[in-house]
Design a protein around this ligand. Structure first.
Ligand code: NAD
Length: 434
């Protein structure tokens, strides 16, 4: 049975209130999104036919600032999923302490079936449909699954056009382009984007893991890692963990994976191979030559997308989609640490099993908050017409992530609860204060 992500979110909220009681009013606000928007997105396809896609935007809560959260293009997108993802954004933005509320959106579509021109027309139509509810100081989308910097720049461009052409009392000619850039984050550098945004989620996750390992007096050297999902997040987290001295032994995407028990020597080469062949399976690389024939030479093994979760490793990193760790899988996980880079990868039942088994779960709302931290930096630069260097962004990101991880860890120790419960407690305290 597929777990409903919104039911998961509500059950996490309920649990969190046992650790951190909140007023009935705040509970009601968090149990009910401020606004749910569903739009039709008609698109003229390259062959002249017209297809109509369903688009969504959920504005969960804005007590702490403008709604903020990604846009996802995936066939499984529906209102329940978007509500949950928006809720997690409210919590995440409070944990990482950026002045944003929570939002999320998307389109139910398989973007891999669309040409680039169709993808662009669909995105521009979504921007026009969402124009009345988004804006730099209202609701600020960003990339998520199957969306990227190019898609964000189409959205920004269409929003800007609409803004300039709408009749209004405000002097639009006095509104600078940099302010309009603030309508989305994750834009290309040079088109209002921030240095460091693309890799921010993965890099942020590596800082969180490092901070928590320091607290428990462990070092990366000798620790093995398996990563499920090799998109933006999985790819960068793999690179940063490898650089930090962890041994990344396995990677997977939706079609299969690569497993080398002694460690994948070059994540960059695997990434190029996946880009060229469209899949990870078979990307056993020696130098720049990647081929299944290299598997034996590297003492590698074949691995399915499902089996990666059960590998004998120290750290498991789900970086794909929701609900990948179900109760069946939780009892078979060998890792002692789960770094949740995806949003909502663990069902509540699986979470209970992992807690009972003493597996340390570093929760999504902490682990993957580096993306929104740098989104905040990008938005801030747009609002103030500034451009920060990459070194500056990395330094500020590191400070934010280490501070958030430290606070969550200390709260967990103080209250005698899991890191997830502690992260929610920190978020609820900050929301209550606002
Ligand atoms: P993406 O589209 O770039 O990559 C998703 C990856 O997951 C792909 O490699 C896909 O093949 C893989 N995948 C899908 N089903 C799989 C399966 N069953 N087994 C193994 N792999 C599978 O998306 P992304 O931006 O990397 O996002 C991944 C997760 O991280 C999502 O949960 C997203 O919400 C979350 N997240 C993303 C960001 C960000 O900045 N992009 C920030 C915070 C959280």
């Amino acid at each position: 049975m597929q777990t409903n992500p919104w039911a998961t979110a509500l059950s996490q909220l309920k649990r969190a209130q046992e650790v951190q009681p909140i007023s009935a009013e705040l509970a009601a606000r968090l149990e009910h999104p401020d606004r749910t928007v569903q739009v039709s997105v008609p698109v003229t396809m390259d062959d002249g036919s017209v297809r109509v896609f369903e688009g969504y935007r959920v504005q969960h809560n804005n007590i702490r600032g403008p709604y903020k959260g990604g846009l996802r293009y995936h066939p499984h997108v529906d209102m329940e999923e978007v509500k949950a993802l928006a809720f997690w954004m409210t919590m995440k933005n409070a944990v990482v302490d950026v002045p944003f509320g929570g939002g999320k959106g998307g389109i139910a579509v398989n973007p891999k079936e669309l040409s680039e021109a169709e993808l662009e027309r669909m995105t521009r139509e979504l921007a026009r449909k969402l124009y009345p509810v988004v804006g730099p100081e209202r609701d600020v989308p960003a990339p998520d699954v199957n969306t990227n910097a190019k898609i964000m720049s189409w959205f920004r461009d269409e929003y800007g056009k609409k803004f300039r052409e709408q009749p209004s009392k405000i002097r639009k000619d006095e509104v600078p382009d940099s302010w309009l850039d603030g309508v989305v984050t994750g834009k290309p550098v040079g088109r209002g984007g921030s240095e460091g945004r693309t890799e921010a989620t993965g890099l942020g996750g590596s800082f969180v893991l490092d901070e928590i390992l320091q607290k428990v007096a462990k070092k990366p050297q000798g620790m093995t890692v398996a990563i499920q999902g090799f998109g933006n997040v999985g790819n960068y987290v793999a690179r940063y963990l490898h650089t930090a001295g962890f041994t990344v032994v396995a990677l997977s995407d939706s079609k299969g994976g690569v497993y080398i028990p002694s460690g994948i020597p070059d994540i960059g080469a695997v990434s190029v191979c996946k880009e060229q062949s469209g899949k990870l399976a078979g990307c056993y690389c020696i130098g720049s030559v990647c081929d299944i024939d290299n598997m034996e030479k590297l003492d590698g093994q074949k691995i399915s997308a499902d089996d990666i979760l059960k590998l004998e490793v120290d750290i498991l990193v789900p970086a794909a989609l929701e609900n990948s760790i179900t109760s069946d899988i939780a009892s078979e996980i060998k890792a002692s640490i789960v770094l949740e880079m995806a949003n909502g990868p663990t069902t509540p039942e699986a979470d209970a099993i992992l807690r009972e088994r003493g597996v340390m779960v570093i929760p999504d709302i902490l682990a993957n908050s580096g993306g929104v931290a740098v989104s905040y930096f990008e938005w801030y630069q747009n609002m103030h017409d500034e451009h920060w260097t990459k070194e500056d962004v990395y330094k500020k990101l590191e400070e934010k992530m280490r501070a958030a991880a430290g606070t969550v860890f200390d709260t967990a120790r103080e209250k005698g609860v899991s890191l997830r419960d502690a992260a929610y407690a920190v978020a609820l305290q900050r929301l209550a204060r606002s």
